[in-house]
Design a protein around this ligand. Structure first.
Ligand SMILES: [Mg+2]
Length: 174
């Protein structure tokens, strides 16, 4: 069970991921988390850097998709600004919307990579779905209120993973 929390890759931020390598490995779709992955919880529209990154990913022949547990009102300005498809109120790590994305775009789990800052949402959700996962450090210290309990659980998960040499904070790998 605990191995379901081990990310396949770990990068400092979404800007430190080798997307060219992912494309060469056959990844066709990258599912991005929003809060604290693409933007801090205080930001209400995407940065130029994020917009450029989505463009770059499309140029590599992959489809970026935004998938967030936040509501439509929060997600919409990012969907529009980044010019990518999105799924709001996604219910991660629940599997319904992972399946929906596979169905809509006709990708297999092996062709999908999930990127985000939370073990309990992104890493667990992707691993259950049979997709690969990339953990990134959260953008800012500030979290949504609903996330605070998950961060507490995350600390315990990191301790357990650390004791088994499965994960160490700041020790990036790909
Ligand atoms: Mg997040």
């Amino acid at each position: 069970m605990i191995d379901k929390f081990v990310p396949d890759m770990y990068a400092q931020s979404i800007y430190r991921v080798n997307y060219k390598k992912l494309a060469s490995l056959g990844i066709k779709c990258i599912i991005f988390d929003l809060d604290n992955t693409i933007a801090s919880v205080d930001q209400d529209k995407p940065s130029k850097e994020a917009i450029d990154l989505m463009f770059e990913i499309k140029e590599l022949g992959m489809r970026p998709v935004l998938m967030s547990n936040s509501g439509r009102k929060r997600v919409e300005p990012f969907r529009n600004g980044l010019e990518i498809d999105s799924c709001a109120s996604a219910g991660k790590p629940g599997q319904r919307n992972y399946n929906k994305i596979k169905e809509i775009y006709k990708f297999s789990s092996e062709q999908i990579e999930c990127v985000g800052d939370q073990f309990l949402k992104v890493v667990l959700g992707a691993n259950i779905a049979g997709m690969t996962s990339i953990l990134v450090n959260k953008i800012s210290k500030k979290d949504r209120f609903v996330t605070l309990f998950n961060r507490f659980l995350e600390k315990i998960i990191i301790l357990i993973l650390g004791s088994r040499d499965l994960f160490k904070k700041g020790k990036y790998y790909d």
